[in-house]
Ligand binder design. Structure first.
Ligand SMILES: [Zn+2]
Length: 84
């Protein structure tokens, strides 16, 4: 899931507090692709929250700030043209 606004795009992020409050524990998997059980997800979210994390990325994001704002955004163009 991606939001595109002009030349920038931002990944959606999941609020960890919101997920805990609403018991959104489905659809998570570990690094090996194994589906996590609701109990495991809950413990993982609590653990992250206690470490100060507030957001989780939805999708692949290499510019993510879990502590405050989530995805910091990406420029949606491969290379800027050099002016000569
Ligand atoms: Zn991102």
């Amino acid at each position: 899931m991606e939001l595109r606004t002009g030349k920038h795009m931002k990944h959606m992020s999941l609020s960890i507090a919101g997920a805990l409050k609403n018991k959104m524990f489905r659809g998570f998997s570990d690094d090996n692709g194994r589906a996590l059980r609701a109990k495991e997800v809950r413990l993982m979210l609590i653990d992250l929250f206690n470490k100060g994390h507030r957001y989780m990325p939805i999708g692949e994001c290499d510019n993510f700030d879990p502590f405050s704002e989530g995805c910091r955004g990406h420029v949606d163009i491969p290379e800027p043209k050099e002016a000569k």
